[in-house]
Design a protein around this ligand. Structure first.
Ligand SMILES: Nc1ncnc2c1ncn2[C@@H]1O[C@H](COP(=O)(O)OP(=O)(O)O)[C@@H](O)[C@H]1O
Ligand SMILES: [Mg+2]
Length: 276
């Protein structure tokens, strides 16, 4: 049964939040993973659903595809087109941190790309919502990391989500893409994806270098998105990029300021995203 017409107690469900932008490389995956981390530290149970065939969220969280094991991924769950099919795809993450047990992952590999061939199949846009049905009830939040697109895989995410968070850099092309995504979420998704209550709850500004040009662009983000913009902006930090590629939680002292930033962003998240 689709989320929108579910008869059961809404309060049993995780709140599902899609992290989106129509441009790549703007910090969507980093924001997804680091918000999951900061929320888990707050005691929240978080499911990360990797909806990008690049699988970066899966690798940042320390998950690796083992051809010998053939672990099920979100791609098989979507292909199944049955209620609750994502249950078999949910796996622990690979971090060594006390709060890591509160984060679980529905991983992706390049195989997710093949789901694109179902884009024209009647009702296929509902398949992630169906696959998660009943599966994420034991989580507080389901964070869905999206690919830089407004096409099928992102539509699957937006059909399953209650909320969207836009991630952008203070860069003119990233902002243009963020505006396109905002328009898609607010104007197209309610009708095309039968999700009339889907709302943009926040805008995260990522990888800020602090140049004067970027400061101007940040001001323009504030003019465009006003109160939707969450504080603080995430500063550009090589140590954060290294923690991502090394699949490490932000426990080391070298990443202390990035850690503090995401802790504050998690507070903004908890204020802006309604509790289920
Ligand atoms: N604040 C930051 N400082 C430095 N590097 C960052 C920061 N945020 C993200 N990155 C790096 O930039 C690249 C793109 O970020 P990513 O989160 O994968 O973006 P997207 O998911 O939008 O494509 C990655 O290599 C990531 O580690
Ligand atoms: Mg990404």
């Amino acid at each position: 049964m689709p989320k929108q017409s579910a008869q059961r107690e809404e309060s049993q469900m995780a709140r599902r939040v899609a992290l989106v932008n129509n441009k790549g490389g703007v910090g969507k995956t980093t924001t997804t993973v680091r918000l999951a981390e900061a929320l888990a530290k707050e005691g929240k149970r978080v499911l990360v659903v990797d909806m990008d065939p690049q699988g970066n969220a899966s690798s940042f969280l320390g998950w690796t595809w083992d051809p010998a094991q053939q672990q099920p991924t979100i791609s098989e769950a979507i292909r199944a087109a049955t209620e609750g099919a994502a249950r078999g795809a949910i796996q622990p993450i690979g971090w060594d941190a006390p709060y890591a047990e509160r984060i679980a992952l529905a991983p992706a590999t390049l195989d997710l790309e093949t789901r694109m061939s179902e884009a024209g199949v009647s009702g296929a846009w509902r398949r992630l919502d169906m696959a998660l049905e009943g599966v994420d009830d034991s989580f507080d939040f389901t964070l869905i990391d999206c690919q830089p697109s407004v096409f099928h895989l992102t539509q699957l995410a937006l059909a399953a989500a209650h909320d969207a968070v836009i991630v952008t850099e203070a860069d003119i092309y990233a902002i243009e893409a963020a505006k396109r995504m905002h328009a898609f979420v607010t104007q197209r998704a309610p009708k095309d994806l039968a999700n009339p209550t889907l709302a943009v709850r926040g805008v995260v500004v990522s990888a800020l270098k602090g140049t004067s040009l970027q400061t101007e662009q940040r001001d323009s983000i504030r003019r465009i998105f006003a109160d939707l913009v969450w504080d603080p902006a995430v500063k550009l930090r090589t140590t954060l990029a290294e923690a991502n590629t090394d699949a490490q939680p932000l426990t080391d002292s070298r990443v202390a300021d990035s850690r503090a930033t995401y802790e504050l962003l998690a507070q903004a998240f908890l204020k802006a995203v309604p509790a289920q």
